[in-house]
Design a protein around this ligand. Structure first.
Ligand code: NI
Length: 150
C-alpha cells in the first residue's frame, strides 16, 4: 500500500466498543482495515450522483410472463450509454427470472438505468451495487486527457 498516512480519532468508549464488536463479527483483523473499507464505501456512495467512472452490478428478479418485459430489459442494455460487460440470466422457476448485469460507465448513468429497470412492472426485486478498484477512488480518472501518458 503506497503512501500510508497515520491518523488518530477521538470517540466515546461505547462507540468504540460497538465498533470493535461489529468489525470482529465481520471478520476484520484490525481497526485500520475496517476503517479503510468504510471510507472506500462512503466515497463510492458519494459518487452515485456524479459522473465519475464506476462498475455497477445490478441484480433483478422479474416475472417473465409480463408481456414485453424481458425484451424491453434486453433492449435497454443494448441502448445503454454505459457498457454492459456481462449479463447472466437464470430461470429461477416457472415464473421468475434472475438477471445479473455488470456495467461500466458513469455513476449517474448506471444509477438512472438501474432505477428505470427496477421501476418496471414485473420487476419484483433488485439491487444495484456500485463498485470500483480502490485505486480509482483516490486517483481521479475523470479527465484522463489531462494526464500525461508515458
Ligand atoms: Ni428466464
Amino acid at each position: 500500500m503506497p503512501d500510508l498516512s497515520r491518523t488518530g480519532i477521538s470517540l466515546e468508549q461505547d462507540l468504540l466498543a460497538g465498533f470493535d464488536k461489529l468489525i470482529a463479527r465481520r471478520g476484520y483483523k484490525n481497526r485500520s482495515e475496517a476503517v479503510r473499507d468504510m471510507i472506500r464505501e462512503a466515497l463510492l456512495a458519494d459518487r452515485v450522483n456524479s459522473d465519475q467512472p464506476v462498475v455497477g452490478t445490478l441484480t433483478l428478479v422479474y416475472d417473465h410472463q409480463v408481456p414485453n418485459l424481458a425484451q424491453r430489459l434486453t433492449e435497454m442494455q443494448h441502448e445503454s450509454e454505459s457498457e454492459v460487460i456481462a449479463a447472466t440470466h437464470v430461470h429461477l422457476d416457472q415464473e421468475y427470472c434472475l438477471e445479473v448485469i455488470i456495467m461500466r460507465g458513469r455513476a449517474n448513468q448506471i444509477q438512472t438505468m438501474a432505477d428505470q429497470m427496477l421501476a418496471m412492472r414485473g420487476v419484483e426485486l433488485g439491487k444495484l451495487v456500485l463498485t470500483n478498484s480502490g485505486a480509482s477512488l483516490t486517483h481521479d480518472h475523470h479527465h484522463p486527457h489531462t494526464h500525461s501518458h508515458k
